[in-house]
Design a protein around this ligand. Structure first.
Ligand SMILES: *Cc1c(COP(=O)(O)O)cnc(C)c1O
Length: 374
């Protein structure tokens, strides 16, 4: 018996003809990279879409985060961050020669618990790097207050928060900088790509230079740099996908609401509740399975779904603070809530073309499993 596989996510792709049309001019100009016309057009469109004071585009989100840290002059010291995130957040800190200091998360929102930041601040603290995990907004106001009080830089990992608005402000306008990822699996993609949005206009040239071997003028190399440019082909993909992103968020919303409806009212199972002041992008559908109440574990649910071809994923497990690359080098803080959430969380499939009937089937499988054990 053949059965179709339901992935946890599937990349958004524009109609092929449209993409071919978009890249045709490159065959005349022979400009494939180095901030050509496609790059500049996409940069301008995204600056508008994200409501950013300043924006710079990158080959991927991870390099954007690293370049952002370097552009703010962070080359040593401690960065307060969350262990409940994708590897990239913590690896960017490590690669920049900085020390990660792990702050616990809130049990319901799963973002960094801002009330626990101050206790972690030392004379070596340089910056705060919170993550709007699953597109849930961090406590941006409390973080801002702490950053000002202790003169710390703030750079948000907004990889999951594309296009969101919180308390009347675009999400990428909080803090000194925000990083967005345009990886194939994200709400908006350029195949691979990323962006930094930032408040200090004076940093534009520096960011541009670090992204390009440390140079923004011919024969001058004032900065240590890397190569993190976005190519014309990737920018062209972005221009096409940007036309469909609003429509895709509407589809994601319907899927999100179908899951919420089907999985409501079960003791021991909790789903994401967006705050009222958030315009969400419905990027993920994480569920917490509390084995004490349910009699089954997250891993049981993952296995059962897998046997039916549904590839739910343990985002985010394990915690980044448990990585060997971290524990070999640093004393790691205890984060008991993050520890528990990482054992309970499972992200269910969520992408615009996922049929609502499949969402119902997935929920039925989960409910059947819970019933069978209780
Ligand atoms: C995807 C992701 C990144 C890295 O983005 P890439 O574009 O894949 O380099 C960073 N942080 C988080 C939380 C992510 O999910």
């Amino acid at each position: 018996m053949s059965q179709s596989i339901i992935p946890v996510t599937a990349p958004a792709m524009p109609p092929l003809d449209e993409f071919v049309e978009e890249i045709k001019p490159l065959w005349d100009s022979h400009v494939l990279t180095h901030q050509g016309e496609k790059y500049h057009t996409l940069e301008k469109r995204l600056q508008e879409y994200l409501g950013a004071d300043n924006i710079s585009l990158f080959a991927n989100g991870h390099l954007a985060l690293q370049v952002g840290l370097r552009a703010m002059g962070l080359t040593s010291g401690e960065v307060i961050t969350t262990p409940f995130t994708f590897a990239s957040t913590t690896q960017a800190i490590l690669e920049c020669g900085l020390t990660p200091v792990f702050c616990d998360i809130e049990a319901d929102t799963m973002v960094m618990d801002a009330k626990k930041i101050e206790a972690l601040i030392t004379e070596n603290t340089k910056a705060i790097l919170p993550v709007h995990v699953y597109g849930m907004p961090c406590d941006v106001e409390e973080i801002e207050r702490i950053a000002q009080k202790y003169k710390l830089k703030t750079i948000y990992d907004a990889a999951h928060a594309f296009g969101e608005e919180y308390r009347g402000h675009k999400i990428g306008t909080y803090g000194d900088m925000s990083m967005f990822s345009f990886h194939a699996t994200k709400v908006f993609n350029t195949v691979e790509g990323g962006a930094l949005t930032f408040s200090d206009t004076m940093l534009y040239d520096k960011i541009y230079a670090i992204r390009q071997f440390g140079s923004y003028e011919v024969d001058e190399y004032p900065y240590v740099g890397t190569n993190a440019k976005m190519t014309e082909v990737h920018a062209a993909m972005g221009l096409c996908n940007l036309r469909y992103v609003d429509e895709s968020i509407i589809k994601r919303k319907a899927i999100f609401e179908e899951y919420k409806r089907s999985l409501a009212g079960i003791n021991g199972l909790s789903t994401l509740s967006y705050p009222k002041e958030l315009l969400p992008n419905y990027s993920y559908f994480p569920v917490l399975f509390k084995s004490e109440a349910l009699g089954i574990s997250r891993d049981d649910v993952e296995r059962e779904l897998k046997s039916k071809g549904v590839l739910a994923r343990k985002y985010f497990y394990p915690l980044t603070s448990s990585f060997k690359a971290v524990t070999d080098r640093f004393e790691v803080q205890e984060t008991p809530i993050a520890e528990k959430v990482a054992q309970e969380v499972l992200c269910l499939p969520q992408y615009p073309d996922l049929p609502l009937s499949t969402v119902s089937d997935i929920c039925e499988t989960i409910l059947g499993l819970i019933k069978g054990r209780s």
